[in-house]
Ligand binder design. Structure first.
Ligand code: FE
Length: 364
């Protein structure tokens, strides 16, 4: 099985990727709207196809990426029947299974933080995804969205702390950067729910947290009741990044253009936005055996920021180097300098030559 834990710094939300390596089928638990492209890049780089997204509950602190991922990956939207949300492809109930390849997750109802909270337990009970029902040495609040301390106490004890002691628990959030815990640890050390804490102790604790409501609550809850579909019903407009060429976002965060795509654009004299090619290698490399792409401007990486005024800010820029590493750094510098349409030539001159695309000054 392939497993990744992803993080959203704005809301301290964890997103989990589970993939079956044999079939290539994958699930995302609690994807975040703003990270759709990051998540798609990772799935792509790992060779996985997203069959479904699962939310643990209707979140109040971030908007789910479920709807957006469905638009771009064709994934099914799954969440609790008890969530009251509309737009899901499958409404989950306690005891059901969600498959990805030969693996599956068991759905457990764990209400209390909200009335529609679900936890997902891996088929062999080696890991469970608890949403906000159980956090590391903590738990989700119970003071809105039909939350109830009594219900949460029962859910955690009956459905989560009853799992095997070695079962790893992955929470929906952590605000200190902790990543994982286990049933044994939480049974013993959870200050709200572990040890000898009874339901009365727990309710007393939870009813006096005195927390302000989450900042995004008024925006996030209505959006999540639509599974993350924007209020105007549409996907975002064309990206500034992609109005001049089809680009791919690498998981590293770098926008890339593939050699074949670039060659086509350069050959197309009718393209409305002529691409500026910036070769960021050293002068001697510019005319060595690899050669350079016809029309490329030599602007070594160490001079790039001083010579920015030699570039037309209105035209797209593609950065080029030997392997694609230095030019990736160049795209970061160019974007920092305020240029909006910037991409890295994936694989650099090495790939350009391997694909037998035209060069100047190079040798066979
Ligand atoms: Fe929550």
């Amino acid at each position: 099985m392939i497993f990744r834990q992803l993080f959203d710094t704005a809301s301290s939300t964890y997103t989990y990727l589970l993939g079956d390596s044999a079939s290539g089928e994958a699930l995302l638990i609690d994807p975040v709207f703003e990270h759709e492209r990051r998540d798609l890049a990772l799935l792509n780089e790992l060779g996985l196809s997203l069959v479904a997204t699962l939310d643990t509950h209707v979140h109040a602190d971030h908007v789910t990426g479920a709807w957006l991922l469905k638009q771009h990956a064709g994934s099914q939207i799954l969440l609790a029947e008890a969530s009251g949300a509309s737009g899901a492809d499958r409404m989950l109930r306690h005891g059901e299974r969600v498959s990805f390849g030969k693996r599956w997750l068991e759905v457990r109802a764990t209400p209390g933080h909200t009335s529609g909270c679900l936890s997902y337990v891996l088929d062999d009970q080696s890991m469970a995804f608890t949403g906000d029902a159980l956090l590391i040495r903590g738990c989700g609040r119970t003071d809105f969205q039909q939350g109830s301390p009594a219900m949460l106490y029962r859910s955690v004890h009956e459905q989560l702390l009853s799992l095997p002691a070695h079962c790893l628990l992955y929470p929906g959030h952590d605000y200190r950067g902790l990543t994982v815990t286990s049933v044994a640890e939480e049974r013993r050390y959870n200050p709200r729910l572990g040890g000898d804490v009874n339901e009365g102790d727990f309710s007393g604790y939870m009813n006096h947290l005195g927390l302000p409501h989450p900042k995004l609550m008024d925006l996030a809850v209505p959006a999540n009741l639509r599974c993350g579909q924007p209020a105007d019903g549409t996907a975002r407009g064309a990206d500034a990044e992609s109005d001049w060429a089809p680009l791919t976002l690498a998981f590293s965060g770098i926008w890339e253009i593939q050699a074949g795509v670039l060659a086509e654009r350069l050959a197309d004299g009718t393209a409305p936005q002529q691409i500026q090619l910036v070769d960021v290698r050293e002068p001697q490399e510019f005319s060595d055996a690899l050669g350079h792409i016809p029309g490329a401007k030599l602007l070594p990486l160490n001079q790039l920021t001083q010579r920015l005024d030699e570039l037309d800010r209105e035209r797209p820029v593609v950065a080029v180097c030997r392997s694609g590493a230095r030019s990736a750094q160049a795209t970061v510098l160019l974007r920092k300098a305020g240029l909006a349409r910037v991409a890295n030539l994936a694989g650099g001159m090495l790939r350009w030559r391997a694909e037998q695309l035209p060069v100047e000054d190079g040798q066979e």
